[in-house]
Design a protein around this ligand. Structure first.
Ligand code: NAP
Ligand code: SF4
Length: 664
């Protein structure tokens, strides 16, 4: 039972004619369910589950005001009465569940992944292949009216509010920044003229939706790109928008093309709240904080210290739809916390796959992956308390089965416990806190330091084998040299490597271990900002300054046999940041190597046919894993790394655990 108080977070707030039951906003996030009418029922079920879980206001993924504003071909739009009428099912589902919902109007501008894209100017973005057409003067005018018409249609569809997407580098932002607006007509040329577009959008929207209907405007507080807005411009814009009819500001940080991470795990929690507080000090309307806020404790602190009036969380509500309900009922320690990995949400969306959540595979599958209560409880043994076993045990017990969980080590977590030692992956500890607490609440019989055997498993109705993996040791001359250790030895703290280290294998773990080896544990949040060049927006337009070089604490050489660049297989939305960290830390990267031997001199390689020695104190092997499947047998469920070690990842492991439990 959690005894913390969340008075500020749980207090109501009024936005125009709408009173929210609390200050928790589910921020906009595209899931892929928005793009087709076929999925509107599932979209309604997804939102309704969050509304039942107590969220104050849900904001939908972005809907384009016209086809040129699509995110991709045939993506979500709100442009006709018919579409509005179809959305009544979505808004109805949320209202029936006691919630409120806003539609976000988003014009992708030059981020549109299609040949019809338009922007303020004909400048291609670095992250899309299509060069946009520059809107004509009349075209800008029409687009502003399209935004207003979309908002009015949303109102007819039963939405309780609209959010105008003015941040993250989308069309409105493209008009606001000199970087992307070199127009010479009345929509560009000076900062004041660049601001006309959003101001007109809000003014026309207010005209169409009437006085009390809430218009939330998502304002970019830090563009984090060269040629971004100055702080004075942002404050001026906020004043103009308030006069034009904005009810509240949501806040955005960083354009999608920014080369500063803004939401992934390595971004410190609450890293951007000072920028929100600064805006709040300037405006009279409510301001909502966002980005890397994932616990009720942090959300409460932000509100209690007056830094914001509302808190937006998108991924944390994917991870746990009952986030608010648990917060209200003294169960905050049972929240399944978003670990900011992006693996199943944004990485899916960027690959045109439906979003879900690594720690909650039911997200966006509410109607198909159901964990209903069972009629007849069965005796279920789960072998192994890594992510797969934990997930299976929790899900089976939540359905009412009697579950025993066997774990041969003294702690739960398996490979996840190693991952949480990686700098910037400390959030993974929250998942283990969640499972520890849930297993306790559900009365799962957890037997640590216990190796399950055949005799022990004989009395169970079902056996789930989640015995995981063991690190692979390649068959290589010198592999038994005293300098050779595995990634598990290093990340668990069993071995403290010397100052020169060679890493064998450059998959996700090789990259993580290289980060661990070079990272200075004394680095603070301010150092993190300095390494990424995040500056004071009042002094540096866009909030971007010269990055301060890292001072790596070890000399690391990372080696792989493949000839592809290192790290290309990592997640779409986080891989670039991991690769940047390696560069910042001066990690030498060698691709296309053949391993010859390891001896007192170091690691001997052949690179492009030439012999090469990497002198080192330790060789850390990160060459993947092999399944541990001694207990796999006919009639048993084998999941996680015990099932397939290649491409082992926690997303698959946790999903397999839930699916097995759903079928028991
Ligand atoms: P991995 O991605 O499979 O990489 C292991 C690497 O070791 C391979 O890329 C391979 O590269 C090399 N290797 C394989 N067999 C070898 C052998 N016999 N001798 C020498 N080298 C060998 O495995 P991992 O790094 O252990 O990661 C496991 C999983 O964890 C990943 O699939 C990923 O899903 C997840 N993970 C992801 C992240 C992330 O996204 N940031 C971080 C950590 C873990 P070469 O053949 O080119 O040498
Ligand atoms: Fe959070 Fe990862 Fe789930 Fe996305 S996939 S919601 S980042 S835990």
């Amino acid at each position: 039972m959690s005894t913390a108080s969340f008075d500020h977070l749980l207090s109501p707030i009024t936005l125009g004619d709408l009173t929210l039951r609390n200050r928790v906003v589910m921020g906009s996030m595209h899931t892929g369910l928005e793009d087709s009418v076929r999925h509107l029922d599932e979209l309604g079920a997804y939102y309704a589950e969050r509304a039942r879980g107590g969220v104050g206001l849900i904001i939908t993924g972005g809907y384009a005001p016209n086809r040129r504003g699509w995110l991709k071909p045939f993506a979500s739009e709100m442009t006709t009465r018919l579409q509005a009428m179809r959305h009544r099912d979505v808004t109805g589902a949320v209202h029936d569940a006691g919630g409120a919902i806003a539609l976000q109007v988003l014009h992708a501008g030059r981020y549109g992944y299609h040949p019809l894209s338009v922007s303020a100017s004909r400048r291609k973005s670095p992250i899309t292949p299509f060069r946009p057409r520059a809107l004509s003067t009349r075209g800008v005018d029409r687009t502003a009216s399209d935004f207003a018409r979309s908002a009015a249609l949303a109102q007819k569809a039963g939405y309780d509010a609209v959010e105008v997407m003015g941040s993250e580098g989308y069309l409105i932002n493209q008009f606001l920044a000199a970087r992307t607006n070199d127009r010479t007509d009345s929509w560009g040329g000076t900062a004041a003229r660049r601001m006309r577009f959003p101001v007109e959008i809000v003014r026309r929207t207010r005209e169409l939706v009437g006085d009390g209907f809430p218009i939330v405007y998502r304002i970019s507080l830090l563009d984090l790109v060269e040629g971004g807005q100055s702080w004075d411009e942002i404050v001026e814009l906020a004043h103009l928008l308030t006069e034009a009819g904005v009810t509240a500001f949501n806040t955005g940080i960083g354009w999608h093309e920014a080369r500063v991470p803004t939401i992934i795990t390595q971004v410190p929690r609450g890293a951007w709240r000072s920028a929100t507080a600064r805006l709040k000090a300037e405006v009279a309307v409510p301001v909502c904080a966002s980005n890397r806020i994932n616990t009720p404790e942090l959300a409460e602190e932000i509100l209690a210290t007056g830094q914001a009036d509302l808190v937006s969380m998108a991924r944390p509500l994917l991870a746990d739809p009952a986030f608010v309900d648990k917060t209200m009922n003294g169960r905050a320690d049972e929240i399944n916390t978003c670990i900011a990995c992006n693996q199943a949400c944004l990485d899916h969306v960027f690959k045109n796959r439906r979003a879900s959540c690594l720690v909650n595979p039911r997200a966006c599958r509410e109607t198909t992956l159901v964990l209903g209560p069972v009629r007849t409880a069965r005796r279920v043994a789960v072998v192994g308390a890594g992510p797969a076993g934990l997930s299976a045990a929790e899900a089976a017990a939540s359905r009412g089965h009697h579950v025993t969980l066997f774990e041969q080590s003294a702690q739960i977590g398996g490979q996840f416990r190693l991952a949480m030692a990686v700098p910037g992956k400390e959030e993974f500890a929250e998942t283990l806190r969640y499972y520890t607490r849930r297993l306790e609440v559900l009365g799962v019989d957890v037997r640590l330091s216990t190796r399950a055997d055949e005799a022990e498993l004989a009395g169970y109705d079902d056996v789930v084998v989640a015995s995981g993996v063991t690190p692979r040791m390649p068959d290589l001359p010198g592999i038994d040299h005293p300098s050779v250790v595995s990634y598990a030895d290093v990340l668990s703290g069993r071995v403290v490597p010397g100052t020169r280290v060679a890493v064998i294998g450059a998959g996700g773990i090789g990259v993580d271990v290289s980060h661990w080896l070079t990272h200075d544990p004394a680095d603070t949040e301010d150092d993190w900002r300095a390494h990424w060049g995040v500056g004071d927006p009042a002094l540096h337009p866009g909030g971007l300054t010269e990055p301060k070089p890292r001072a790596p604490i070890r000399e690391v050489t990372l080696v792989q046999r493949k000839t592809t660049p290192i790290g290309v297989g990592l997640g779409k939305t986080s891989g670039w940041a991991h690769r940047a960290v390696l560069r910042q830390a001066g990690v030498e990267q060698i691709s296309g190597a053949a391993y010859v031997r390891i001896d007192d001199e170091g690691l001997h390689l052949l690179v492009d046919g030439e012999p090469r020695v990497v002198p080192c104190d330790h060789v850390v092997v990160c060459a993947g894993q092999e399944s541990v499947r001694d207990l796999a047998a006919e009639g048993r469920h084998v999941i996680g790394g015990a099932d397939v070690a290649a491409e082992l990842d926690a997303k698959r492991a946790i999903e397999q655990g839930v699916r097995v439990a759903a079928g028991l």
